[in-house]
Design a protein around this ligand. Structure first.
Ligand code: FES
Length: 91
């Protein structure tokens, strides 16, 4: 299964699962729920915001959800360093 196929399957699965739930969106820019991000992290072993964005679109615009995505990555992997802000070049 390609990454695009996985992405579509996760999205379709989450949409059907959340249709009768009031699932809050983690990423408002792309209407991506926490459940979708959790499934992507678990299914693909994602370890960075960039990887989550590539798989789900979450985090691909205003960056307002990046902290939430980092916290979910840290919680899933039991690694608090994943919640840290990335180092910026030249600073
Ligand atoms: S809220 Fe996720 S990119 Fe804007």
């Amino acid at each position: 299964m390609t990454l695009d196929e996985s992405r579509q399957a996760i999205s379709a699965e989450s949409e059907s699962a959340s249709s009768c739930e009031s699932a809050p969106h983690l990423c408002r820019c792309f209407s991506v729920s926490k459940a979708t991000v959790q499934k992507a992290i678990a299914h693909h072993g994602l370890r960075s915001v960039d990887q989550v964005t590539a798989c789900t679109d979450a985090g691909g615009a205003c960056t307002g959800c990046h902290r939430g995505i980092r916290l979910m990555l840290a919680e899933h992997h039991g690694d608090p360093t994943l919640a840290a802000l990335p180092r910026r070049r030249g600073l």
